[in-house]
Design a protein around this ligand. Structure first.
Ligand SMILES: [Zn+2]
Length: 126
C-alpha cells in the first residue's frame, strides 16, 4: 500500500498506511481535520502499564538487613531492565527501607536488653 503522500513537520514523509483517503492519512487530510481533532480529544493519554512481578518472583526472605539488601538489589535489576515500572520500584524500595529500619531497631533493642540483663546478673539480681 502506498503510504500517506504528505510530509511531517520535519520534512520527512508521513509514512502512515492506515485509514488513507485520497492518499492522505487522517492527520493530513484537511477534509477530516474535525474528525482527527475529535479523535485526539476522545483518547486520554495512554499510561504505560504498571508492570509488577508475580508472587513467585517476589523475594521471600526479608528477615534480616542483609536479606533486605539483596531484595533491594533485585528491585534495582528489575527496574533497570524494564521488568518493573519506576513507580513500582519506588514503592518496593520504600517498603524495604521501612523493613530495614524496623530490623535495625529490633536488633538494637535486643542488644540493649541483653546488656541490662547482664548488668543485673552481675549485681546478683535475677
Ligand atoms: Zn499523513
Amino acid at each position: 500500500m502506498t503510504p500517506c503522500r504528505a510530509s511531517r513537520k520535519d520534512g520527512q514523509p508521513c509514512g502512515a498506511t492506515l485509514g488513507l483517503s485520497d492518499g492522505l492519512c487522517i492527520h493530513h487530510d484537511p477534509k477530516r481535520a474535525d474528525q482527527a481533532r475529535t479523535n485526539r480529544r476522545a483518547k486520554p493519554a495512554a499510561r504505560p502499564p504498571l508492570t509488577t512481578v508475580t508472587m513467585e518472583e517476589l523475594p521471600t526472605d526479608l528477615t534480616s538487613v542483609e536479606a533486605c539488601n539483596r531484595a533491594a538489589e533485585q528491585v534495582y535489576r528489575l527496574v533497570m531492565t524494564g521488568r518493573i515500572a519506576p513507580q513500582v520500584a519506588k514503592e518496593a524500595t520504600a517498603a524495604l527501607r521501612e523493613k530495614r529500619i524496623a530490623l535495625t531497631i529490633e536488633h538494637e533493642t535486643k542488644k540493649k536488653l541483653k546488656e541490662i540483663q547482664k548488668t543485673l546478673a552481675e549485681q546478683g539480681r535475677p
